[in-house]
Ligand binder design. Structure first.
Ligand code: ADP
Ligand code: MG
Length: 255
């Protein structure tokens, strides 16, 4: 299989000596072009660190990350960010509070030397279901869901092939969560995007992804398909515990 994105024995260690935390230990996976690959696991299992390591934002202590079969050099070069973009969990922290939406969306275009910035900003707002009326607003004038739409627009404005999505809806109300997940799903279909989506909620990952890895304590303990998950064919007790937790959560919400 020729993977678009691959990690091999990826390891990340924070701190030294008594403070050392081996957050990610020997993680390997392949993601094919156009695929949505999920990473699920409880809080602290290393999911965000894997995404940050792919982006060059975490101290990689071993292993490799490859795009289109070629190892990505560290530090990441600007052209990497034209191909791979990340959406962070917290839409309140990830947008500069003193910048308008127009400024936030124009900035990556300016950095990468695009000339037709106004037209691209307008198109990006339409693509994520925010009209032109949002263009000159500030983040504090937006709801959580609208902010996350701006963050998605910013990630897509350079037309990357891969989006790394770190709990993109965890900070949102349940009803808004579904809207944003459906938006992401539609954008992937329309553009043939490749996703790596991280969530502590197995229901979110199963809804969005064809294949997933289960992480515990920095290690991938299991990789399985969505179909296997639906057949309750998980091989690990830990995966079954996550499955029960997400089912229980959905029942609670429904009642
Ligand atoms: P998850 O996203 O699955 O909740 P993280 O990747 O955020 O987990 O964290 C994995 C482990 O790495 C945790 O033990 C966390 O405390 C630690 N960690 C994450 N970022 C840092 C950091 N910048 N410095 C030190 N430890 C960190
Ligand atoms: Mg995290």
């Amino acid at each position: 299989m020729s993977a678009l994105l691959a990690t091999r024995d990826l390891s990340v260690t924070f701190g030294r000596g008594a403070d050392e935390v081996r957050a990610v230990r020997g993680v390997s996976f392949d993601v094919a072009e156009g695929e949505a690959f999920g990473i699920v696991g409880e809080s602290g299992s290393g999911k965000s660190t894997v995404l940050r390591a792919i982006c060059g934002l975490a101290p990689v202590s071993g292993g490799r990350v490859a795009l289109d079969g070629a190892d990505i050099p560290a530090p990441r070069r600007p052209d990497f960010y034209r191909r791979v973009q990340m959406v962070f969990q917290d839409p309140y922290a990830s947008l500069h509070p003193r910048h308008t939406v127009d400024h936030i969306l124009s900035e990556p275009l300016a950095i990468h030397g695009f000339r037709d910035r106004g037209a691209r900003v307008e198109a990006a707002l339409e693509d994520v279901g925010l009209g032109q009326g949002f263009r000159f607003r500030y983040p504090h004038q937006l709801s959580g869901g609208q902010r996350q739409r701006v963050a998605i627009a910013r990630a897509l404005i350079l037309e990357p092939r891969v989006l790394l999505l770190d709990e993109p809806t965890s900070a949102l109300d349940a009803s808004i969560q579904a809207e944003v997940l459906n938006l992401l799903d539609r954008l992937r279909g329309e553009r043939g995007l490749t996703y790596v989506l991280v969530s502590h909620d197995l229901a979110v990952v199963a809804h969005m992804c064809e294949r997933l890895a289960v992480m515990q304590n920095g290690v991938v303990v299991e990789e399985l398909t969505r179909d296997a998950l639906r057949r309750h064919a998980a091989g690990q007790d830990y995966t079954r515990t996550l499955l029960r937790a997400s089912e229980g959560f959905r029942k609670e919400r429904a009642s």
